[in-house]
Design a protein around this ligand. Structure first.
Ligand SMILES: NC(=O)c1ccc[n+]([C@@H]2O[C@H](COP(=O)([O-])OP(=O)(O)OC[C@H]3O[C@@H](n4cnc5c(N)ncnc54)[C@H](O)[C@@H]3O)[C@@H](O)[C@H]2O)c1
Length: 339
C-alpha cells in the first residue's frame, strides 16, 4: 500500500521531515504540502524543489484538491490542534509532531474525535525509536536491576549562540518543559514502565539566557511503581553537553543501569551490579527505522494492520498530563498530582 499524505508545516523541522524522512519512505507519497505563511512556503518550495501546484497555504484547500489518506502535522504548536481537527473532520488519519496540544482538553477532544471516526491519531515521539532507549526499557522490564528506586536524569545543551531576533526557539512558550522535556517525560514512561503520580518542579532563566521563558529546570517525579525521578535540564548549560536523551542513572535494588543516546556521544547502556566496580555493556538492538523514520514506519504499520500505535494520541495524553503538571508546579511552587 502507498499511503498518500498531506504535510502541514514547513519550518526547519518540517522541511527536514519532507526531505530526510517522508521522501525516503517507499510506502508513503506526499500529495501536497501546506504552510500557512506564504513566504515560508515559497522558501521551502524552492529549497525542496516542490511542485507549485501542490503547495498550499490552507489545509482545506489542499484537502479539496488532492487525494490523501493521512495528514502529517509538522507545524509549530499553535498549528497542531487546528490542523489535526481539520484532518480528522475530513476523515484523514493524523501523525503529528510533539507536543500534542497546548491543553489536555484539546488533546482529549482530538483523541475522542479520532476514536469516534475510527481514525488513527499518533504523536511522533521519535526519541522512542532508538537502540539505547529500547535496550534500557528491556533491561528494566527484565528486572536486571530489580525494583527501581532513585533515577537521576541530566540534560545539558548550550543553545545560546544564535542572534536573538532571528531564532524562533528563543521565543517559544516553555522552551524547556514543552519543547524538550516532553521527550524525556515520554521516555520515562517507556523506560521505567510505570506511570507518573506527582511532580514538584522549579524552572528559571540563567542571567545569560537568550530565551524569553525559563530555559532551565529541576524536578522530582514520583511514579506508581515506586520509582522516583530527579531530573535536571538546561538549554543554556555551560557544562559538558549531554546527548539528546540526557544521561540516565537508574538505581534498582540489584544495581544501577546507566544509559544515554541520540547525539554526539556514543549510545550506550551499561549495567553495574551492586558492589561491582566494573560495568557490563548491554547489547543494543538494531533498529531499522530510527527516530522520525521509526515514527512514520509505526504509523504506516498501524494503518496496514489496523492496530493502535504505541504512541497513539490516547497514550500520549499521559505524557502530556505530566508536562502540564510540571508547568503548574513550576508556576505555583507546589507539588501537583498527575491526573
Ligand atoms: N521531535 C523532535 O525531535 C523535534 C525537533 C524539532 C522540532 N520539533 C517539533 O516540530 C514542530 C515544528 O518545529 P520547527 O522547529 O520547524 O518550528 P518553526 O517555528 O521553525 O516552523 C513551524 C512552521 O509551521 C508553520 N505553521 C504554524 N501553524 C500552521 C498551520 N496552522 N498550518 C500550516 N503551517 C503552520 C509556521 O508558519 C512555521 O513555518 C514543532 O511542533 C516542534 O516541537 C520536534
Amino acid at each position: 500500500m502507498t499511503l498518500k499524505v498531506i504535510q502541514v508545516g514547513l519550518g526547519g523541522w518540517g522541511q527536514a521531515w519532507a526531505r530526510d524522512v517522508v521522501a525516503k519512505n517507499k510506502n508513503v507519497e506526499t500529495t501536497a504540502w501546506v504552510e500557512i505563511d506564504a513566504p515560508s512556503l515559497e522558501a521551502a518550495r524552492k529549497r525542496l524543489d516542490l511542485p507549485a501546484e501542490r503547495c498550499f497555504t490552507s489545509l482545506n484547500e489542499a484537502l479539496d484538491t488532492v487525494a490523501a489518506d493521512a495528514v502529517l502535522v509538522t507545524a509549530s504548536l499553535p498549528g497542531h490542534v487546528p490542523s489535526a481537527r481539520t484532518a480528522l473532520l475530513a476523515n484523514k488519519h493524523v501523525l503529528m509532531e510533539k507536543p500534542f496540544a497546548p491543553t489536555v482538553a484539546e488533546a482529549l477532544e482530538l483523541v475522542e474525535l479520532a476514536e469516534e471516526r475510527g481514525l488513527t491519531l499518533q504523536i511522533s515521539q521519535n526519541y522512542r525509536f532508538a537502540p539505547a532507549a529500547r535496550a534500557a526499557a528491556k533491561a528494566i522490564s527484565e528486572q536486571k536491576v530489580g525494583r527501581l528506586g532513585n533515577i537521576n536524569i541530566d540534560f545539558r545543551r548550550y543553545d545560546n549562540t544564535a542572534p536573538v531576533a532571528e531564532n524562533r526557539h528563543y521565543h517559544i512558550w516553555e522552551p524547556l518543559l514543552v519543547d524538550m522535556t516532553i521527550h524525556h517525560f515520554d521516555l520515562m514512561r517507556l523506560v521505567i514502565g510505570q506511570e507518573p503520580v506527582q511532580v514538584i518542579c522549579k524552572t528559571w532563566n540563567a542571567a545569560w539566557s537568550k530565551y524569553d521563558e525559563p530555559a532551565e529546570g529541576a524536578m522530582t517525579i514520583t511514579f506508581d511503581g515506586g520509582a522516583v525521578v530527579n531530573y535536571r535540564g538546561s538549554w543554556v548549560s555551560t557544562g559538558p553537553q549531554t546527548n539528546w536523551t540526557g544521561e540516565w542513572h537508574m538505581e534498582g535494588e540489584k544495581g544501577e543501569l546507566l544509559w544515554t543516546g541520540r547525539g554526539e556521544l556514543p549510545e550506550s547502556v551499561e549495567l553495574r551490579l551492586l558492589g561491582e566496580k566494573k560495568t557490563e555493556a548491554l547489547e543494543l538492538p538494531t533498529i531499522t527505522n530510527l527516530d522520525r523514520a521509526g515514527s512514520l514506519a509505526a504509523f504506516v504499520t498501524a494503518l496496514e494492520t489496523k492496530t493502535v500505535p504505541e504512541t497513539s494520541g490516547r497514550d500520549n495524553l499521559k505524557t502530556l498530563a505530566l508536562m502540564f503538571a510540571a508547568i503548574e508546579s513550576a508556576k505555583t511552587g507546589l507539588p501537583v498530582n498527575v491526573e
